[in-house]
Design a protein around this ligand. Structure first.
Ligand SMILES: [Zn+2]
Ligand SMILES: [Zn+2]
Length: 381
């Protein structure tokens, strides 16, 4: 981007804010329409609707017969997983739009659109997320059954009569309250931080960074966020839609390399600027901006960074962390495994230093006195 353009957008932040908000709103409302239509026609009927409105011909017939083969080959669970991940329309609409915004309004202009950080995080998305969902889906099912069995009294009977959008807003506000405390705890409790640090280790924030989340961090961080949806009787269809479709849109946006703070809307919602400060390596930004969707609880609890125009460097100060800049591109898939294993190694070292194993795993002589990587918060010395 030429220098005059960067200076122009810096002097007129309303331009990137307006383009980002209107583009994302357009995508979100179009999706809401598609989802509403698909719900009316029944799930999995879109292709037949497509066939009914287009001229029947060899192409449509082929699509329908391919779909039949696909349905016969794979069980419903696998099909749902595939359609949620790779057939998810948000990926094909939102990712190109955000990359276009990154091209127009980069926060860090020297960061490549498709750099090593982007590639490493997209590998997290493509390889790791499906495996993780195979674990999470049954756990959410168990959670729902447990909630109905033991905490059914928490549900608001009146909420059944509310319009869907009100149920969803109420559920999101309560969920955010829970997420704020949960996120705070994952920063403050050392063992939880080991796993959350994987997400924070990204130096080149990008649209796939939200998918760089350790399974342990994810289980602790996001499972109970379904509970408010149970409380306010949000139907499973809409709960899954909001969490499965709108959550990724928002989270891809706030992790993008964008110089956007959402203007006055930033007092309510989190923005790329707000979340970048949360990922900051600078000591001044330690324990700031925990909000996930809404920034209001940080403003309420005094953890919001007062400056809304700072765009710091991101990452953690643990030099032992297997960041992707230490390996060649061809090694990135393997590096994913190293990044997943790393917190367990640190946990082991932490337990050993507490003599948890009663001296059964002594330090090797060459490593005597060596400290595990930074197992506390991401303080810069
Ligand atoms: Zn965090
Ligand atoms: Zn983040």
């Amino acid at each position: 981007m030429p220098g005059w353009w960067l200076r122009f957008t810096e002097a007129n932040p309303v331009v990137p804010n307006a383009i980002a908000v209107s583009g994302l709103a357009l995508i979100s409302f179009s999706l809401a329409h598609i989802i509403h239509t698909s719900e009316q026609h029944g799930h999995g009927q879109i292709i037949e609707t497509f066939g009914a409105v287009t001229k029947p011909g060899p192409f449509v017939d082929k699509v329908i017969s391919l779909r039949t083969v696909y349905h016969n080959l794979f069980p419903a669970e696998v099909r749902n997983l595939v359609s949620n991940l790779y057939g998810n329309i948000t990926l094909y609409l939102v990712v190109p739009f955000l990359l276009f915004l990154e091209f127009l309004f980069p926060c860090n202009p020297s960061q490549p659109l498709i750099g090593k950080g982007f590639l490493q995080d997209s590998i997290w998305y493509v390889i790791y997320t499906p495996l993780m969902l195979l674990i999470i889906s049954p756990v959410v099912g168990i959670l729902h059954r447990l909630f109905e069995q033991y905490l059914g009294f928490l549900t608001l009977g009146d909420a059944t009569a509310w319009p869907v959008y009100l149920q969803i807003i109420a559920a999101l506000l309560v969920a955010e309250f829970y997420l704020w405390f949960n996120h705070f705890a994952r920063h403050k409790i050392r063992t939880l931080w080991l796993f959350h640090a994987v997400h924070h280790s990204q130096k080149e924030l990008n649209v796939f960074t939200d998918d760089r989340a350790h399974i342990v961090d994810l289980l602790i961080g996001s499972l109970l966020m379904f509970v408010p949806f149970f409380i306010f009787h949000v139907s499973n269809f809409y709960a899954v839609t909001v969490i499965g479709i709108y959550k990724p849109i928002h989270n891809r946006f706030i992790h993008a390399n964008l110089k956007i703070n959402l203007g006055w809307l930033g007092w309510l919602f989190t923005s790329p600027q707000f979340h970048r400060v949360h990922h900051s390596v600078e000591p001044a930004h330690l324990d700031k901006n925990f909000g996930v969707y809404f920034s209001l609880y940080d403003h309420l609890f005094g953890t919001a960074c007062p400056s809304r125009d700072v765009y710091p460097q991101t990452g953690i100060d643990d030099t032992r962390f297997p960041t992707e800049d230490k390996v060649r591109v061809s090694r990135l898939p393997g590096n994913l495994i190293v990044q997943i294993v790393y917190p367990f190694v640190q946990l082991f070292e932490q337990l050993r230093s507490l003599n948890f194993f009663h001296g059964r795993f002594p330090l090797r002589s060459g490593r005597k006195g060596s400290r595990p990587g930074n197992i506390t918060q991401h303080k810069v010395s």
